[in-house]
Design a protein around this ligand. Structure first.
Ligand SMILES: [Ca+2]
Ligand SMILES: [Ca+2]
Ligand SMILES: [Ca+2]
Length: 433
């Protein structure tokens, strides 16, 4: 993935203070901002959660990597990473890896391999088959990545943990207590069409809109569960309600990856990673989900996006930074547009049709009135695009103004209506001094 952000700006994003709303790693040749735990290393341009190393206690290998600062999750987030699990020591490898949202509050004790179980951005769970976020039958309280939600890419069938096969995606939580790799902690699971550890690079997108947590693999929605970080969800197998997380300041958590392998080792690499809190300073609106104006040629599968494009997904618009005119640090972040196809961020001064939008091309036009073109940006390989201009200055904005934003993008081949262009949802900002 490659976001066309100048290096100086990228460095500024990566060095943003606690509470940063978004970050992007095109690759991990510079892994500034990453907190590695256990076996995790930087290897060339990848973040290697674990290698195929003959470690002293070879039956229990674990690594974790966290973005070092907490990020806002309660208002929603959209994150995409690419990974590969490859070079197994024996056929199939084992146990898999996870994307985890956590505010681990209980340290365990140093255990096998000397890998610590700290808290926060030093957290690591117990035992290989727990993939670095769960625990073992002999674990003490807190030895998991407690107070967490884990999206487990599970590549080994452990009968004792309730696994039905060796290739499933399962979303685990124990609320604010210990998490567990046991399927009795699952909010939902699926066996995707993709072989998760076939050695190839796959993209995983995790989209959270309060009330719904979605997992997309290689551009396809594979799993959607009802969940809210404040209210919690329901465990799938026993129908038991489980509470939400105890977030930092009620809003934020650490995000990152864990991995585990037993005697059947394999290498787990993260190649790129993009994260954006959906909250930001503005409000997203005008979604192609059928709640407002109906999309002309089909709604997207996911919520909180624009109308479906030729990839089958809808493009989304979010923000980061502030709504302060003086700071003028608002960035608009589009995701799921078409790689390599130019698009335009623009500003309006009203939300068309009461925010429901009107049909325009393959999508909905949500931002109108006096329109100002802000910046043309070509999306990266994952369809992500981000503004680099000073928006308040470019848009002639004063404190007290409400302005609406949208991203128009080309979709020249195979677009649902054949119009050849589409748009994200709208994003409304109340500017402040
Ligand atoms: Ca813990
Ligand atoms: Ca398993
Ligand atoms: Ca499992």
């Amino acid at each position: 993935m490659h976001l066309p952000i100048p290096a100086a700006l990228l460095a500024a994003v990566l060095c943003a203070p606690a509470g940063a709303q978004s970050f992007t790693y095109d690759d991990f040749s510079d892994w500034t901002g990453i907190s590695p735990v256990g076996l995790t290393t930087q290897s060339g341009s990848v973040l290697r959660l674990q290698g195929d190393l003959p470690v002293p206690n070879g039956s229990d290998n674990r690594g974790a990597a966290w973005y070092e600062d907490p990020v806002d999750v309660v208002g929603g987030f959209d994150t995409t990473f690419t990974y590969s699990m490859h070079t197994p020591s024996t056929s199939g490898g084992s146990d898999g890896m996870a994307f985890v949202i956590q505010n681990d509050q209980v340290a365990g004790v140093p255990i096998i391999n000397g890998a610590p179980d700290g808290t926060g951005n030093q957290a690591l769970g117990r035992h290989a088959s727990a993939a670095g976020f769960g625990l073992f039958t002999s674990s003490l309280p807190g030895e998991s990545v407690d107070n967490s939600v884990a999206i487990h890419l599970d590549t080994y069938a452990n009968g004792s943990w309730g696994d039905g096969d060796n290739n499933h995606v399962s979303i685990h939580t124990g609320g604010s207590g210990d998490n567990s790799q046991h399927e009795d902690h699952s909010l939902g699971r699926v066996t995707p069409g993709v072989n998760l550890n076939d050695g190839l690079a796959h993209s995983v997108r995790v989209l959270y809109v309060p009330g719904t947590l979605e997992v997309h693999i290689d551009g396809t929605l594979v799993l959607s569960v009802a969940y809210d970080f404040a209210a919690g969800g329901t465990h799938l197998d026993n129908g038991t309600p489980i509470g939400g997380l105890d977030l930092i300041g009620g809003t934020s958590a650490y995000v990152g990856f864990t991995s585990g392998a037993g005697a059947a080792r394999e290498i787990r690499d993260v190649h790129s990673w993009q994260f954006a809190s959906a909250g930001g300073p503005g409000t997203a609106y005008c979604f192609g989900d059928g709640t407002g104006t109906t999309c002309p040629c089909g709604n997207p599968a996911a919520s909180a996006e624009g109308c479906a494009n030729s990839s089958g997904a809808g493009a989304a618009l979010a923000g980061s930074g502030s709504a302060g005119v003086a700071a003028d640090d608002l960035a608009l972040i589009a995701s799921n547009a078409l790689p390599g196809q130019p698009g335009l961020f623009f500003q309006g001064n009203n939300a068309i049709n009461g925010g429901a939008g009107v049909v325009f091309g393959d999508g909905l036009r949500c931002s109108g009135g006096t329109v100002i073109r802000l910046q043309m940006v070509v999306p990266d390989a994952s369809g992500g695009a981000q503004t680099t201009v000073a928006i308040a200055a470019a848009g002639g904005v004063s404190a007290g103004d409400t302005r609406t934003y949208q991203y128009w993008y080309r979709d020249p081949s195979g677009s649902p209506c054949g119009a050849g262009f589409n748009l994200t949802n709208g994003y409304s900002v109340d500017w402040t001094p």
